[in-house]
Design a protein around this ligand. Structure first.
Ligand SMILES: C[S@@+](CC[C@H](N)C(=O)[O-])C[C@H]1O[C@@H](n2cnc3c(N)ncnc32)[C@H](O)[C@@H]1O
Length: 272
């Protein structure tokens, strides 16, 4: 095991900043052992099949494929989600969005652009009595979200395919939450790291990245019950634009929260 680990580290060195963690995760996937067992059983040799599998995973990682795609899963808050190339890989920043949303209980909840279902499922696990609706334009993403909800035994989320508010036009909510696509079409980051392997529908929204946020914010007040709240995630340079949009669309008590890197990342407002 120690030998394979060393070879893996050499292969990814200088290429992936998370080389050590990546190698341990790939070894765990190839052998079925836990990461701590990998460290503890340095003397153990890989079987032929394990070695082949580890080499294949390492090759794909060297080509830049995200670890979450190689493992087919990603942890989010306190649960594990299935992920595939048709959904955004859930990010740690989005845990802040869930944290903000959970501050005040809500009976009727809407998650716009649910992707893997990470936000809707986190809220549903915390609020077993609430009615939760989750919308996505991608039927493939919705299939993954539904599989995740089923695997985690969360039964009170209804899933809708369509364009933002369109499939749920007849409902009103106490909370609307969204992590929409918010990168501009020409941002250089789109050619780097994990995002190269993620769907553009989940990443980009017009040249300034604000098209989806404009639609979601513009439609929120009419779909919120009195004093209902909207929380959205956005790019770190978009906070002021998002606050201005919320104020222009009749939301009050507008506030922005920071992510762990100290960047403005989450903004919320409430209906009057
Ligand atoms: C940034 S991803 C967020 C996924 C997930 N909520 C998360 O936080 O990891 C944005 C999601 O919005 C969906 N989306 C993009 N345009 C949409 C639209 N017009 N209507 C509904 N969903 C849309 C994408 O398919 C994608 O799943």
């Amino acid at each position: 095991m120690a030998q394979a680990r060393q070879a893996g580290l050499l292969a990814l060195k200088g290429q992936q900043s998370s080389a050590r963690l990546d190698v341990d995760c790939l070894l765990a996937a190839a052998t079925g052992l836990s990461r701590s067992q990998i460290l503890a059983f340095g003397e153990r040799l890989l079987s032929y099949v394990e070695d082949e599998q580890f080499s294949a995973l390492l090759d794909r990682r060297q080509r830049g494929e995200p670890i979450a795609h190689l493992l087919g899963q990603r942890d989010f808050i306190d649960f594990t989600l299935k992920v595939a190339p048709c959904v955004l890989i859930p990010r740690p920043e989005t845990e802040h969005l869930v944290e903000a949303a959970l501050e005040q209980p809500a009976d009727r909840v809407l998650d716009l652009g649910t992707g893997s279902g990470c936000i809707a499922i986190a809220l549903a696990r915390a609020w077993p009595e609430s009615t939760i609706h989750a919308v996505d334009y991608s039927t493939e993403a919705l299939a993954i979200a539904q599989q995740n909800a089923q695997a985690l035994k969360v039964e009170h989320i209804s899933f809708f395919t369509g364009d933002w508010y369109e499939p749920v036009a007849q409902y009103r909510y106490d909370l609307i939450v969204s992590n929409p696509p918010y990168m501009g079409l020409n941002e250089p980051e789109l050619q780097q790291g994990d995002v190269q392997f993620e769907p553009s529908l989940a990443l980009t929204s017009g040249t300034d990245g604000l098209s989806a946020l404009r639609q979601i914010i513009a439609g929120a007040a009419a779909r919120l019950n009195a004093r209902g709240r909207l929380w959205v995630e956005h790019g770190y340079q978009q906070a002021k634009a998002v606050r201005d949009l919320m104020a222009a669309h009749d939301l009050v008590n507008i506030e922005t929260r920071y992510d762990l890197a100290g960047q403005e990342r989450i903004t919320g407002g409430r209906a009057q």
